[in-house]
Design a protein. Structure first.
Length: 409
């Protein structure tokens, strides 16, 4: 028999027991679909992390104050007011530093007539939007003299602008922040949720000195302290060197002797996201391995049904051998039948996996990334399952004695 005849015969056999064939292939369909969906979800999560890194910048460092100690009890991170605006100015002299942005923040109430909104205010300098890679949608940034003078001006996040100025232009309008009047000079472009699920646009910005002296002064332990300093290195390659030089300068400014712990913490954003990406990759591999179990279960189902098929078609096998079919022809017929069953299940699984991947990407808001390698791997694995689990039933069919097979009722 030619390969075409063998394939036609195998498809006819599968068609004659359509429901049984579909149920047999179900394990392969679910396994292939699950593998493709999980790999796509993992790739989409990686792409989302890359997007966040691109927004924040892989060459950004954040410096936070150290921990305070109350008796023998350690307080939380950033509980000691060890960083000041003067520290931020000094950090600008470190080679490889492109921009430095100190900040303080706290909750406030924004009021305009009968409109009001509870949000967070952040006191910043003119370099903040450069360091954070944040654009303005309307208006302008703060100027140096306005920062130094502590002017009462404000830049609104897009969410605050929508809540306080629904349907109107907020530029040059006067709002009150905890009873203090401020002039709106800009609105930031929408940035969406952070990687921790926080709305980054529900925020307002004022000059650093304004926040320290007019809004948050009573809440700060030291009037000139800052809660965080963001530093932008010129390139990602210089981050490690810049981080070391920043630590040395701050230790020197804070008179920290050798052997004493730092009173500040420096974090490299790229390291944080690399760790998260690594965790996502490990979880994807784990879930893929679990999903692959469905393929093995599907293969066992194929072997089981093929063995039943050999038993049911024993007389047919005897007739084929009696009219001249060789053992190789019989073996290839059943092997191709098992292969066709697994490949058809694999193709349906691929379609199902692509649909599930698109739905997941849509609802999660992630980029859709269906890896071709996962499709090829799924198809190859399906074929391997069909051949591996179909070999024993096919061999059993080929080794039947023609005479005994003809006598089988």
């Amino acid at each position: 028999m030619t390969p075409a005849d063998l394939l036609f015969s195998a498809l006819q056999s599968l068609r004659s027991n359509t429901m049984r064939s579909v149920l047999t292939a179900l394990g392969i369909i679910i396994g292939v679909g699950a593998v493709i969906t999980i790999v796509a979800i993992g790739a989409g999560a990686q792409a989302n992390i890359e997007k966040v890194i691109e927004q924040i910048g892989s060459n950004m460092l954040t410096i936070s104050p150290g921990q305070a100690r109350d008796g023998g009890a350690q307080q939380g991170a950033a509980s000691r007011p060890t960083l000041t605006a003067e520290d931020a100015d000094a950090l600008k002299t470190v080679p490889g530093v492109s921009a430095v942005a100190p900040e303080v923040r706290g909750p406030v109430q924004v009021i305009l007539g009968n409109q009001n909104w509870r949000t967070n205010v952040v006191g910043i300098t003119e370099d903040f939007f450069t360091v954070r890679n944040w654009k303005l949608n309307k208006g302008r940034n703060f100027e140096d003299w306005e920062i130094d003078a502590g002017e009462k001006i404000v830049i609104l996040g897009s969410t605050v602008a929508e809540k306080v100025f629904p349907g109107s232009d907020p530029i040059n309008q006067i709002i009150r922040i905890d009873r203090v009047p401020f002039t709106v000079i800009g609105v930031t472009a929408a940035k969406g949720q952070s990687s921790f699920g926080q709305n980054q646009d529900d925020i307002i910005f004022v000059p650093l000195k304004t926040a320290q002296q007019r809004i948050l002064g009573g809440r700060l332990i030291k009037p000139d302290s800052v809660q965080q300093i963001a530093v932008l290195a010129r390139t990602a390659k210089e981050v490690d060197v810049v981080e070391r030089d920043l630590a040395e300068l701050l230790r020197d400014r804070h008179a920290i002797v050798p052997g004493r712990a730092d009173d500040f913490q420096i974090r490299n954003t790229s390291e944080i996201f690399q760790a998260r990406a690594g965790a996502t990759e490990v979880m994807t591999l784990l879930l893929t391995a679990i999903a692959s179990v469905s393929l093995l279960v599907g293969g066992i189902g194929i072997m089981n049904i093929m063995l039943v098929s050999v038993t049911e078609r024993t007389r047919e096998i005897g007739v084929r051998m009696a009219i001249g079919a060789s053992r190789t022809d019989v073996m290839m017929q059943f092997l191709i039948e098992a292969l066709a069953l697994s490949m058809i299940g694999g193709i349906i699984g691929i379609i199902l996996g692509m649909i599930c991947s698109q739905l997941t990407a849509h609802f999660a808001g992630w980029p859709l990334r269906i890896e071709m390698t996962s499709i090829l791997l799924a198809v190859g694995f399906s074929a391997a399952v069909g051949i591996f689990f179909g070999y024993y039933p096919a061999r059993k069919a080929a080794r039947l004695d023609p005479i005994e097979a003809l006598r089988y009722a």
